[in-house]
Structures are given as structure tokens and as C-alpha cells.
Design a protein around this ligand. Sequence first.
Ligand code: CP
Length: 311
Amino acid sequence: HRHLLGIEGLSQADITTLLDLADQYAAQNRGPNKHGQALAGLTQVNMFFENSTRTQASFEIAGMRLGADVMNMSMQASSIKKGETLIDTAMTLNAMHPDLLVVRHPHSGAVNLLASKVNCAVLNAGDGRHEHPTQALLDALTIRRRKGRLHRLTVAICGDIAHSRVARSNILLLGRMENRVRLIGPPTLIPTGMSELGVEVTDNMREGLKGVDVVMMLRLQKERMDGGFIPSTREYYHRFGLDAEKLACANPDAIVMHPGPMNRGVEIDGTIADDINVSVIQEQVEMGVAVRMAAMDLLARNLREKASVEV
Ligand code: CP
């Protein structure tokens, strides 16, 4: 693959190859020597047009650990503020010969468009409601490590599905790896036609969590609700917030996940998020670095192969 734009274009074998390499990086990241050379000589530019804590920090750390020259564009201070378009901005950077461009953008499809214009490898760090492929991959690696497999599991994705690129990428990945996916949330926050994707849908949290191995909680993405219905926090927590009583409906060894940023007391009880016996939220963050190292390593191998063929 030339780019990593979404889970949509990945096969079972692609996903397994990437996760196997990420597992190796995860082991290396826990040791005293975190340095590799897979990206030595390459330039990585991170362009985040939307706020980020985890994704931006982990892409930066991943690039540095693999020896890339890493530059974080400060989009707040860029000429986008003076009216320059996304494509003109991208072409300007393209002229400086980056090898890897990591892009987050509020509009679905913006990253694919940008990838069609530049010469380097593009990694989608989240575009609108469309896809967040490295998040789904780090979730998959966390599940595989905790459950010992990434197939024939039942995974509940709970909350604001409609506005979530994380949900979309996870539905695609978990389906591709032959898992059962159940979406739980208010009907107003679940898009119609989801059952066509082979997933189950319910608005009853206690029913929906029965027999579930993995409980994935999502934040209400109020910034994408543009004038639409926003549930009250109290009502939402009562019906859809994950507390001990609702979690007891899932399998006894179920794990709890959240991509972050989380809103304690809205979609999840803080004591569950902090309970190391069930919550794998910190491991998700840890796997984020390993997965991004693996993704950039594989794209760099492709870049080097292409360059050697062209020479
Ligand atoms: N999970 C995730 O994408 O978090 P950030 O928005 O902090 O990057």
C-alpha cells in the first residue's frame, strides 16, 4: 500500500502483518533501548487541523523512535488562517519533499483528496466522521493481546456511533476479522442502514451487553452535532453511561475500552475507567505508539522499494 487512508482498503493479511510488527515494537518500547532506524533519512510531517492529544503525540514519538526527522506543523499559526486552501497548503509542503504526511482534518474525505495530490505516503489520523484507521488498529492490537485472538469475539460499541470515525473504522476492522459487532446507543445517534454492514443494533444497554467480550465506549461528539439533538448529560448517563451495574451484564471477563478523550460521568463512570482489572484504556494508548511505528515502517519499506525500482 502507498498510503494508510482507512481500514476499508485493508485485507485480513494486511491487518495481521501490521499487528505482528506492532507487537514487536510494543516489546521494544517497554525496554531500555527504544531506538530503531526504519525511518532514518526520512522526513515526517504531522498536520493536525483538529485538536488531538493521543494521536499527535504518539505519531510524533513513533517517528522519533524510528529515526525520522519529525516536524509538527502548527496549523493555528499556519497560512490556512490567511485563507490558503488545504490543497495549496499540502502542495507547498509537498514541494519540500516529505516522505510521510500524517493528517487529521474535520472534513470526511479531506485526507483522501490530499493523498491524491501529493507524492509522499499519507496516513489518515482521523477525517471527519469517515475513518481513523490507526485507532482501530491499536484497538485491535489491544484486544488481541488481552483476549489472545482477534476473531469470533463479541464486541459492543456504545454511544455516539453517528459522529464517530472510530466506530466506523472499528466496525470495518472487526467485521473483516470475523467478529460479531453490536452497536448500542440512542436511535438518534445510530445511522440508519447499519444492519446492512452485518452488525446488530439496540438501544437497550443491559440487553446489548449480554454475552459481550469487549465493551468499547465512545464520547458524545458534540462538536459534530451542528444544531442537531444533544441528549442531556444526566439522562444520557442514566441510560447509556457505563457503570458497574450495566457492566455486570457483559461476560465476567469482559474488557472495557475507550479511545479517549473520555468524559467521566457522561459515557463512563470514572471508577470503571480507572479499574485496572477491567479497563485497558492505558494499554490502548501504549499500543497507539507501537501501531503507528508499524504503520510508518511498512509504508517506508514500500517507499524504499519504489525508489529502488525507479533508480
Ligand atoms: N483517540 C484519539 O484520536 O484521541 P485524540 O483526539 O486525543 O488524538
